[in-house]
Ligand binder design. Sequence first.
Ligand SMILES: NC(=O)C1=CN([C@@H]2O[C@H](COP(=O)(O)OP(=O)(O)OC[C@H]3O[C@@H](n4cnc5c(N)ncnc54)[C@H](OP(=O)(O)O)[C@@H]3O)[C@@H](O)[C@H]2O)C=CC1
Ligand SMILES: O=C1O[C@H](COP(=O)(O)O)[C@@H](O)[C@H](O)[C@H]1O
Length: 518
Amino acid sequence: MSQAIGLPTCWHIEKRAPLKSDSFIRMEESVNETGCLSIIVLGASGDLAKKKTFPALFNLYRQGFLQSNEVHIFGYARTKISDDDLRNRIRGYLTKSADDDEAVSEFLQLVKYVSGSYDTPEGFQALDEAIAKHEICRNTTEGTARRLFYLALPPSVYPPVCRMIKTYCMNKSDLGGWTRIVVEKPFGKDLASSEQLSSEIGSLFDEPQIYRIDHYLGKELVQNLLVLRFANRMFLPLWNRDHIDNVQIVFREDFGTEGRGGYFDEYGIIRDIIQNHLLQVLCLIAMEKPVSLKPEHIRDEKVKVLQSVVPIEDDEVVLGQYEGYTDDPTVPDNSNTPTFATMVLRIHNERWEGVPFIMKAGKAINSRKAEIRIQFKDVPGDIFRSKKQGRNEFVIRLQPSEAMYMKLTVKQPGLEMQCVQSELDLSYTQRYQGVVIPEAYERLILDTIRGDQQHFVRRDELKVAWEIFTPLLHRIDNGEVKSIPYKPGSRGPAEADALLERAGYVQTHGYIWIPPTL
Ligand SMILES: NC(=O)C1=CN([C@@H]2O[C@H](COP(=O)(O)OP(=O)(O)OC[C@H]3O[C@@H](n4cnc5c(N)ncnc54)[C@H](OP(=O)(O)O)[C@@H]3O)[C@@H](O)[C@H]2O)C=CC1
Ligand SMILES: O=C1O[C@H](COP(=O)(O)O)[C@@H](O)[C@H](O)[C@H]1O
C-alpha cells in the first residue's frame, strides 16, 4: 500500500559513517581524529564507570570508532585492584550478546588499571608513565597524542584531580594532539561551589578543553526535541500558554542507590537528576528558536529561558526518602537526603506565563521510565462533553521504548456517535525496525573525541541552573524542608499527586497507552 502512494516501504536510516561528524554542524576546522588516543576513566571502580562509561567505550570500539591500533583505556581510582580485577568487574556490563565475546576480549585487552589517590602526585605520575609508554609503543610523534580524561567521580574531588592532571598528565606538547577533560553533573553542590569549581578548573583548562557532560543531552528523543519543535509547522501555534495547560518532566527508577552512598547521599535527587537532566529537557521544551544550529546559538537560548524561571516556592515542593535508604552501609543512619522530589517550576515570559512545569524524579519507585507529558487545555464550547474523555496530551517517552504519542478523542468506530480516547503513535522499535539507537554516552564520548561541544553544558548555563535551585537546596540542607518516607516500589509520597492536582494536571482515568507490539 505504502508503495502505491510513493511512501517508503521501510524506513532506511543511514548507518553512522565512521569518524564523520553526524551533527548538523560541520566542524569548522578539521579535527585530529587519528593517531594515538588515551582515554583515562577516573573513578573506574564506580557505578557510572561500570554501567555507562566502559559500555559506551566498548560500543564505540565495536562500531569501529575506536581503533585497537590507536586507543588505550586506563582506569584510575583509589581501590587497589589489578588490571584483570577491573576487566572482570566491567565485563558483565559491556554487552548482553554472546556474539560479542571475541570483541569483548579484544576490548578488555586495551584496558589497564592504575591505582592512586586523587590528591597526591604518586598515582598521577604512575598514570602518566603508563600513558606515555602506550604512546611510545604506538610510535606516536611527540606531542601529537590525544589524551581524554573522563572524571566518573563525585564533583567534590574534581579540583585536586584537575590540578594533578594539569601538573603530571598533560599531552606533552601541542603539535596537533590535545588534552581534554570530561566532568560529570551535577558539577558542584550549589551556586557558590559550582562557581568555585568553574574558576578552579577554568584556571587549569581552556573552555574548549572542558566538556561538562549531561548524558540526557545525548539521548535520542532529547536530541529529537529541537527537530520536533522547529522543523514542524504544526507545533508552532500550539506551543505556548494559550493551548498548553501544564508540562510534566518525569524521571522514575525502580531501584535504589545501592552502594552509591559515597556520592548520592552528599547530593540527593535534586542535584542528581532535576538540576541537570530534567532542567536540560525543560530548556529544550521551553526555549525560543535559536538563530541557527550553531552550539553557541542553541546554548544562548537555553540560558535565556533559564533566566526567566522564577524562584521555587516551598509549597510547590514535595520531597521523599524511600524506606530502607539508610540501611545502605554507605549512607549515614540519620540522613535526610531526598530520593524523591516533585516540584513546580514557573517561567515568567510571554510564551509560558501561568504554565506549571512539573519536575518529578524518584528512586525505588514503581517503574523505570523518563518522559515528557504535555497536557493541553480543555476544549472550549465542548459539544461532545469530551472533557470526561480526558485532555489532549503529547507524550514523549525518553526511555524505555522510545516513543512519541498524542492522546486525542475520536469517534468510537461503529454505528453510535460515541467518543473514545485513542492516540497517534510513533514507537521507534516499530517504526525504525532494525535501527540501533545509540546510547547517550556513546554519542557524547564520540563528540568529545571529535571536539564537538554542542551537546555539552556551557559555564553560564550551569550558573543559571544553580541560581534556580540553590535557595531551595540550602533550605533542604538546613532541615527546613523534610523528606516524607515512602515505600519502595510505590508511586512515592501521596502528597506529590496532590501537588500535581493543585498545579492543574488532570488525570485521564481508564485510558492507558500500550506500546504497539511488532
Ligand atoms: N551512576 C550513574 O548511573 C551516573 C552517575 N553520574 C555521575 O557520575 C559521578 C560518579 O557517580 P557514581 O559512579 O555513581 O558514584 P560512585 O559512588 O560509584 O563513585 C565513583 C567512584 O568515585 C570514588 N568515590 C566515591 N565517593 C568518593 C568520595 N567521597 N571521595 C573520593 N572518591 C570517591 C570511588 O572510587 P575509589 O574509592 O575506588 O577511589 C567510586 O568508585 C557523579 O557525579 C554522578 O552524578 C552521571 C550519570 C549516571
Ligand atoms: O545521572 C544519573 O543518571 C542515572 C540515570 O541515567 P539513565 O540514562 O539510566 O536514565 C541515575 O541512575 C543516576 O543516579 C544519576 O547520577
